[in-house]
Structures are given as structure tokens and as C-alpha cells.
Ligand binder design. Structure first.
Ligand SMILES: Nc1ncnc2c1ncn2[C@@H]1O[C@H](COP(=O)(O)OP(=O)(O)O)[C@@H](O)[C@H]1O
Ligand SMILES: [Mg+2]
Length: 248
């Protein structure tokens, strides 16, 4: 079985369809972009992999296990195999870089023996060792992003999810971040990045899954940025098809 499997996943919030019958598989070690404009459902999809959200219909399997029926007490063990880099999970301003990373390990019950070494290694991996005792507000945008990445990587996950990792970065810093993510992928992780950075997606030539209004409209290997992601006619087509289905 593939490492991540979405089978006919639909998600509704208050009756509004946010993901519509989405199916795909991601093999261990793949590098996948999820693209789509703001509101297309990228974060919702990623939050299902971590089981922050569950589908309204359909099923998600990760590491061969169905997530719908996973028990609460299994979640910390499950989640320590998945690192998430997201601006939504901001860092705590009152804590240093080191403490922020430590907190991430505690959240999945990975604190304790070897923790200090693990944190130092991870800060080395992303190049922020000298910022260990700095507070988030003392970091540049690029350093803050690397700290978010360090937090995701501290658990040494099998899957790394990066939800718009370059969103607030200038082009040079965004490119550095993409290279860093790419290096991490080469070390043997499955990497899933949501993005609307067109040039970056195109340069990387990886698998690209395109979401339009919650529908998966394309899934291509070695792909460039797919302009359906921002095509209003494509969006209109998706919404009309959905309405037809709903009226039936
Ligand atoms: N917790 C929620 N409650 C209600 N609506 C939500 C919630 N989370 C997301 N949505 C809605 O779902 C849609 C998709 O959101 P999201 O997955 O965040 O898109 P993206 O990450 O592609 O910008 C948006 O219309 C958003 O307003
Ligand atoms: Mg989002």
C-alpha cells in the first residue's frame, strides 16, 4: 500500500463543500506539490493527513492505517512520524528558538533522553544553531521559517508536510528554503508542499496535484506549475459540475 492514500475524500464545513471526492496516493519518498489558489482546500487536505481534521465522507490511510478509526491514545505515536511546517502553528514569542523546538518534541511525547542532542542536530540541519537562544522577534523572516522547519524536523519524521513554506519570504530566501526542503527530501523523507509560488514549482519539476475549489483537477509527474489552479473558467466548470451533481 502507498504511504498516503486518499479515497473519495469529501470535507464539508457547515454544509459548504471544501474538498470534493478527492482521491490520490503518495508513495514513500515522493516529493509532491499541492497547488491551488487561496481557499482551494490545500490546508484542509494537509490537516487530514495529521488527523487534525477527519473527512465528512471517504477515507484516509497513512502508513497502512485508516485514520478515521484511529484512537486518541494512538495519535501522539502516529504524529511523531509526521513533521508539519505551517505558519498557522506560529512560534511562541516568549520562548527561545531552542525552547520552541523542545516544546514540539514534548507535544508528541518525545522529550527526555537525547532531546538536547536532537534539538542541536536539527538546528544544525536548517542552519540556525547560532540562534538557539534568540527569541522569534529577533529573527529575520528566513530564520523564522527555518525555525518552523526545525520544529517540524525535530521528531525525525517519515513524512514532512510544509504548508506554504515560502509564503512570507522574499524570492532569494524562498529559493533557499526550497533547496533546504529538497535536501531534506533527498535524505529519505516523503515531502508534501502546498504552494502558490509558480516559479518555484516549475523549476523543481516534481509531481503536482492541482486543486480548484476543492476538486482535484490534475495530478501530474515531473510537472510545471499548472495554470488551471488560477483559471476562473476552470473554477466555474468545477462549480457548475458540482451543482449539477447536487441537483440530481
Ligand atoms: N474550520 C473551518 N471552518 C469553516 N470553514 C473552513 C474551516 N477551515 C477552512 N474553511 C474553509 O474551507 C475552504 C478551504 O480552506 P483552506 O483549506 O484553508 O484553503 P487553502 O489552504 O487552499 O487556502 C475555505 O473556503 C475556508 O474558508
Ligand atoms: Mg492554506
Amino acid at each position: 500500500m502507498a504511504e498516503i492514500v486518499f479515497e473519495h475524500v469529501t470535507k464539508e464545513f457547515n454544509g459548504q463543500i471544501v474538498l470534493d471526492d478527492v482521491s490520490f496516493r503518495i508513495e514513500k519518498g515522493e516529493f509532491v506539490f499541492i497547488i491551488g489558489k487561496s481557499g482551494a482546500g490545500k490546508s484542509t487536505l494537509l490537516n487530514m493527513i495529521t488527523r487534525q481534521l477527519t473527512p465528512t465522507e471517504g477515507e484516509v490511510f497513512v502508513f497502512g492505517a485508516p485514520l478515521n478509526t484511529m484512537k486518541e491514545k494512538e495519535l501522539p505515536y502516529y504524529r511523531r512520524r509526521i513533521g508539519v511546517m505551517s505558519q498557522d502553528m506560529g512560534m511562541l514569542e516568549g520562548m527561545t528558538v531552542y525552547e520552541n523546538i523542545a516544546l514540539a518534541l514534548q507535544a508528541v511525547e518525545r522529550a527526555g533522553r537525547g532531546m538536547k542532542r536532537r534539538i542541536m542536530e536539527t538546528m544544525g540541519l536548517v542552519g540556525i544553531v547560532e540562534k538557539a537562544h534568540a527569541y522569534p522577534r529577533e529573527l529575520s523572516g528566513g530564520e523564522q521559517a527555518r525555525m518552523l522547519l526545525a520544529r517540524a524536523m525535530a521528531v525525525d519524521p517519515d513524512i514532512l508536510i510544509a504548508d506554504e513554506p515560502t509564503a512570507n519570504l522574499d524570492p532569494d530566501t524562498a529559493w533557499d528554503m526550497m533547496l533546504l526542503l529538497s535536501e531534506i527530501h533527498r535524505s529519505g523523507k516523503t515531502l508534501i508542499i502546498s504552494s502558490h509560488a509558480r516559479e518555484l514549482v516549475t523549476v523543481m519539476r516534481k509531481r503536482v496535484i492541482t486543486l480548484v475549489a476543492g476538486a482535484l483537477v490534475d495530478d501530474e509527474k515531473n510537472a510545471v506549475y499548472n495554470h488551471k489552479a488560477v483559471d476562473i473558467f476552470e473554477e466555474r466548470r468545477v462549480l457548475e459540475e458540482r451543482n449539477k451533481k447536487l441537483l440530481k
